[in-house]
Design a protein around this ligand. Structure first.
Ligand code: DQA
Length: 144
């Protein structure tokens, strides 16, 4: 099994971007941790883009190849109906989708309290820093 771990805009800046909110680990650190935490027959394909179209294309790929997705949609969480419509096809296909956030958006600005993704996600993990990804991947490994 390959688990797609998809990351939206500005997450390539992890490590230097607001470390008090997002932690000091980089996406490369997170990728290495995830790789070390999964069984040998599972592989982690971690990707990041600032581009909505590219992210949507990756979701379509996941639908077509039936690959479970761990998704940190970043700011797209709060307003991208296009990303939601793409991700709804995972639900339709019965492919797991775990929405993850490093921070807990509900403790932050009001605009972060809404997720247009959560309604079609299998589940949501938020507020545990890099461990949010680990918890999500662990669930996928045990259930997908
Ligand atoms: C985030 C939370 C979002 O509100 C924000 O736009 C991000 C990161 C998180 O992981 O905590 O870019 O998804």
């Amino acid at each position: 099994t390959t688990i797609l771990v998809l990351n939206g805009p500005n997450l390539g800046r992890l490590g230097s971007r607001e470390p008090e909110v997002y932690g000091s680990e980089t996406l490369a650190d997170i990728e290495a941790q995830l790789g070390a935490s999964v069984p040998a027959e599972v592989s982690i394909d971690l990707r990041q883009t600032d581009d909505e179209a590219e992210l949507i294309g990756w979701i379509h790929e996941a639908v077509d190849r039936r690959m479970p997705v761990v998704l940190n949609p970043a700011a797209f969480t709060h307003y991208s109906y296009a990303l939601r419509d793409a991700a709804a096809q995972l639900k339709q296909a019965g492919v797991p989708l775990v929405e993850v956030h490093l921070s807990n958006p509900h403790t932050r600005e009001t605009f972060r309290h809404t997720s247009v993704i959560s309604g079609i996600a299998t589940g949501v993990i938020a507020g545990f820093g890099a461990d949010s990804y680990r918890l999500a991947v662990d669930w996928v490994v045990r259930n997908a």
